[in-house]
Design a protein around this ligand. Sequence first.
Ligand code: 13P
Length: 251
Amino acid sequence: MQKIIAANWKMYKTRPEAAQTARELAGALASGLPDGRSVVIFPSFTNISEVADVFVANARVAVGGQNVYPEAEGAFTGEVSVAMLKDAGASWVLTGHSERRHVLGEGDGLVARKTAFALAHSLNVMLCIGETLQEREAGKLNDVLLRQVTTAFAGLPADQLEGRFAVAYEPVWAIGTGKVAGPAEVLDAHAVTRAIICDVAGQIGKKIPLLYGGSVKPDNAAALLGLDNVDGLLVGGASLAAQSFIQIVKA
Ligand code: 13P
């Protein structure tokens, strides 16, 4: 399976800053991406078109939105539609990111609606899942993964997911904390997630990329990518500077 290396720029960068980072990335990738790798960049809404313009001719670098609202249009102040994302140059969207779940209060039901709506309207979706430290310490890791995956998959067309859907396991306690999950923890969570996905989606579950996210850095990327069931990385802080993101892409 191709490894997807994704950059989540969160609420960082003005338009000139985003364009500058995108140009630096494009320059570093001019000689090509390593075999078997593809890149997705998730800038803030206002920066999507700047970044998409830079990569318009590069089929292996895609751009995505960090959020979407599950209605075609309407009175939803502050939200963004699939059509708006696509018009700006996005082909992917993140759903269920832990900051949306835990800072902005999104529940599993809304995450499921966003996931289904985006897929049904031809955006590719990267669904984020992961447990808090409290949940892990209470022995609830498997329950949380089961709940988050099953609710998001309910009603998804399994036969249309290949190449259009990815799941990112991001333990909340490892995001932006410098605490990367250890190899045993990543192996375990990814094996559990793979089993759940195969259960709910059938054979196609084996072909759905499973990414790891949480304090990924240039010096731990290669080891993480070498683990079973790790089909890519979703990178926050270390994706903001082109140099460190490129090292991760090439790890
Ligand atoms: P950090 O890489 O900064 O820990 O962020 C991970 C993340 O939330 C990516 O979506």
